[in-house]
Design a protein around this ligand. Structure first.
Ligand SMILES: *Cc1c(COP(=O)(O)O)cnc(C)c1O
Length: 376
């Protein structure tokens, strides 16, 4: 079976993890700080706060911005549910904006339409690995004095007009789940140039405790205060050792993913009714996903049949994502219903994600292309 996504682990990764397992610190030790430092250097941002998932990172970001009951946060209809769930955790209301039909990135016009006096933030999702239109989103955010957050879980290493993802929003969130560009098993990070927000997130990930054990040891005192409730969202040192090792291969991973995308582009260019999502020229794409859009009218077979037949041939594909507001929870709690974001709903019936990971072999990419050409 060729999966749609997969991690790569080499001997260096294994050695790095084993070394930490034999050390004094399994968690909250030096590797966490080192990983944060290296990610912030790579991205060119001042602060990085590591946590134990991308979802925890989104939650920390929403908390740092004081999202609470009565507040609205605009999120795209097409994203992983965690983007909206993080707003729900804080008691806020997710407001779903439609996406651009060609890229499935949040549509700034739809964002503009959904701004209200209650809007606290916009969360942009760099769907598939392509950065959103951050200049337009920044203008809307500034005009309305609200925050701009990047859910950059798909786009580590991508750039927009020469600027690195991680520097484009007030807070940017990454995931290190095994299908992402680098992995720590489970893990995530929030980066920001705002030191105050970073400090708040460091407390949030550690029960809300005001001074961590390092600071207490330095002061020679057991005493600490909790002035706001937090969680245990800490990541372990052995995970961070893995992340550090993986980070060393990020550029290589991105290049490979772009090569695989080019192979798909070339191999499928003359297939009628199935087109890749549009890639905008002023961006470096991180290709977390390679998404094909199947026109169910023009194409000889429909999307669902392509999914089934690829699966029967041992090729794993996926659909990213069902518009979040169509999940029962959101329909029941927020009274959302179909018709809310027509572009997203139409896309949901036509998209399919082909196998995309940096460890995929050329033969496997060729097999996927051949299978698809055969089916269509
Ligand atoms: C992976 C992902 C997340 C959540 O990350 P986890 O590490 O799995 O919690 C959030 N948003 C998007 C867009 C993602 O792809």
């Amino acid at each position: 079976m060729i999966p749609y996504g997969r991690h790569s682990i080499d001997q260096e990764d294994i050695d790095a993890v084993v070394q930490v397992l034999k050390s004094d610190w399994l968690t909250t030790g030096p590797m966490v700080e080192k990983f944060e430092l290296e990610v912030s250097r790579y991205l060119g941002v001042e602060n990085a706060v590591a946590v134990n998932s991308g979802t925890a990172a989104l939650h920390a970001a929403m908390n740092a911005l004081n999202v609470g009951p009565g507040d609205e946060v605009i999120v795209p209809a097409i994203t992983f549910a965690a983007t909206a769930n993080a707003v729900v955790y804080q008691g806020g209301t997710p407001i779903f904006a439609d996406v651009d039909a060609k890229t499935l990135l949040i549509d700034p016009e739809s964002v503009q339409e959904r701004i209200s006096p209650r809007t606290k933030a916009i969360v942009a999702v760099d769907y598939a690995g392509q950065p959103c239109d951050y200049d337009e989103l920044r203008t809307i955010a500034d005009q309305n004095k609200i925050s701009l957050v990047a859910d950059a879980c798909h786009s580590l290493g991508a750039t927009y007009k020469g600027r690195r993802v991680g520097t484009l929003a007030d807070l940017s969130v990454f995931s290190f789940h095994p299908v992402k560009h680098i992995t720590t098993g489970e893990g995530g990070m929030v980066v920001t140039n705002d030191g105050g927000l970073a400090k708040k997130m460091r407390r949030f990930r550690n029960h809300g405790i005001s001074v961590d054990h390092h600071a207490r040891a330095a002061k020679g005192s057991w005493e600490y205060d909790i002035d706001e409730v937090g969680y245990n969202y800490r990541i372990t040192d052995f995970q961070c050792a893995l992340g550090l090792c993986q980070l060393g291969r990020i550029e290589q991973n991105l290049e490979r993913r772009n090569d695989v995308a080019r192979m798909y582009d070339d191999g499928l260019s003359d297939v009628n009714g199935a087109e890749p999502l549009v890639r905008i020229g002023n961006k470096v794409h991180a290709y977390h996903l390679y998404v094909l859009s199947v026109d169910n009218q023009i194409c000889s077979v429909k999307r669902n049949q392509i999914y089934r037949e690829l699966r029967a041939r041992g090729i794993g594909t996926n659909v990213h994502y069902k518009p979040v507001y169509l999940h029962s929870f959101f329909k029941e709690r927020y009274d959302t219903c179909s018709g809310l974001c027509p572009v997203a709903e139409k896309a949901y019936n036509s998209i399919i994600s082909l196998p995309m990971y940096h460890g995929i072999r050329n033969e496997d990419v060729d097999d996927v292309i051949k299978a698809l050409r055969g089916i269509i």
